[in-house]
Design a protein around this ligand. Structure first.
Ligand code: SF4
Length: 454
């Protein structure tokens, strides 16, 4: 069978989520090709070639772009079987013939082989039954993808380095209410075998990666497993640096590991701070307070590790004071250079199944579902905050297009929030990836327009 696997967006890294099923399909004797629409042009000839086409939709942005691409596929080949898989797969059942969420690699092979169980329905199928996420799986077929140097790089002290991407686990043990992960995984975790993680890292290092991103939703859900991987990676590749994503609660709970993580060359940790308003953090079930977030910054810095917070400033309960407090927090803890400016304009998304939907505090704000945006609509308690959100988003987009540095953009955002200019650390050399987007953000016009223009 000729199978085309399409990815639309994986946060700027080489897409593991199609490389892994591509390897399985190839092992089964299928002819597989991959298309990454985040950096490759739309290719009608590939659609013409394919007998099956499957879209990876691991996040909101990817889902929105995939919807446009599927419209084009339907025009070209109305009868071509289309599947969608990944965290947002189950929410694509209005445009795809078969949708899969959770641990989908083996199920995708079943679909291509025609072995899926029609009795279980051809639409929403959530596969969580595998013991280890990649047990017995071949090494991801990264040879079918554009080279690593075409993806996001590590920027550090004026230098850029090639980045590889692996996942040591899927899912999450937590159930933060705004997060799409528990909608599918419901507080469950699937470990990826140590050898599989190391083999994938090794093939990327051989292909030029100098830094590895551990893209687990939370790297310390399985702390001992992750530590074993870090030790082995450092032993085999002592010059390779890495980053990972860890929630505040875990940064603090696993205080004793950070010195070793730093010695193993952990450069930075991404952490979802979301807000500095404790009532909001409580509604989201984040498991931390603003004071905890501040302690996490200090704890990691003592170990020479920078923290890169992600934020969700705009919720139905946001006030101007809260946005101002967030900006002040960033300055107070010397985080201006650690925050991608787009983070200051993120607005809560409410996809189908969101655990926030039945929160009593949301009831008076909740509107109807908007299929176009793939989110329930909501209104702010203070309508001026909707205006401010759009204003901040426009400032960030314009300033980034103009090439302004992060401290300059930060000052512009302060001004828009009625805060005076202050002296901030102008260090722009802190480690970061050169891909500033955020998985739960609305796609921008360039991302959405790119498919149609091709
Ligand atoms: S926000 Fe992070 S810790 Fe919370 S459920 Fe999602 S992945 Fe897990």
């Amino acid at each position: 069978m000729r199978v085309l696997l399409v990815t639309t967006y994986e946060l700027g890294h080489q897409p593991l989520l199609i490389a892994a099923p591509a390897a399985r399909l190839r092992d089964r004797g299928h002819d597989v090709r991959c298309l990454d629409l985040s950096i490759q042009p739309w290719d009608p000839e590939l659609v013409d070639w394919a007998e099956r086409i499957a879209f990876s939709v691991p996040m909101h942005t990817a889902m929105r772009i995939a919807r446009q691409a599927i419209t084009l596929v339907r025009k070209l080949r109305p009868a071509l079987p289309v599947a969608c898989f990944g965290l947002y797969g189950p929410f694509m059942d209005d445009v795809a013939d078969h949708v899969l969420g959770g641990e989908t690699d083996a199920a995708l092979v079943d679909w291509v082989d025609g072995r899926h169980d029609p009795a279980s329905g051809t639409r929403v199928v959530v596969h969580l039954g595998r013991e280890a996420a990649q047990a017995g799986a071949p090494v991801p077929a990264r040879d079918l993808l554009p080279s690593l140097d075409q993806y996001a790089h590590l920027a550090i002290a004026g230098e850029e380095r090639v980045v590889g991407y692996v996942e040591a686990s899927h899912g999450c043990a937590h159930r933060c209410r705004h997060c799409p992960v528990p909608v599918i995984y419901d507080g469950r975790l699937r470990i990826v075998e140590l050898d599989a993680v190391l083999a994938d890292a090794a093939q990327q290092i051989a292909a030029g990666a100098q830094h590895i991103t551990f893209g687990d939703p939370d790297f310390l859900n399985g702390a001992q497993h992750s530590l074993r991987i870090v030790r082995a990676l450092h032993e085999r590749h002592p010059d390779v640096t890495f980053d990972c994503t860890v929630k505040v609660e875990h940064v603090l709970r696993h205080e004793s590991i950070w010195a070793e993580m730093a010695d193993a060359r952990c450069l930075f940790v991404v952490s979802a701070f979301e807000s500095v308003d404790n009532a909001t953090l409580d509604r989201l079930d984040k498991g931390h307070t603003a004071a905890d977030a501040a302690r996490a910054v200090a704890l990691l810095r003592e170990r020479r590790i920078e923290i890169r917070p992600s934020w969700m400033p705009f919720t139905p309960w946001t006030t101007l004071r809260q946005v101002q407090d967030l900006l002040e927090f960033v300055a107070e803890y010397d985080l201006v250079g650690n925050v991608d400016p787009v983070q200051y304009s993120i607005r809560l998304l409410l996809p189908e199944g969101s655990l926030l939907l039945d929160h009593p505090d949301l009831a008076s704000h909740l509107g109807p579902y908007d299929p176009e945006r793939s989110s329930y609509t909501w209104t702010s308690g203070d309508p001026a905050m909707d205006v401010l959100q759009l204003e901040l988003a426009a400032i960030v987009e314009q300033r980034q297009t103009a090439g302004d540095d992060i401290p300059t953009i930060y000052q512009a955002l302060r001004a828009a929030c009625d805060l005076p200019e202050i002296a901030v650390n102008a260090d722009t050399g802190r480690p970061r990836l050169t891909e500033p987007w955020f998985c739960c953000a609305e796609p921008n016009a360039e991302q959405l327009g790119g498919i149609a223009e091709r």
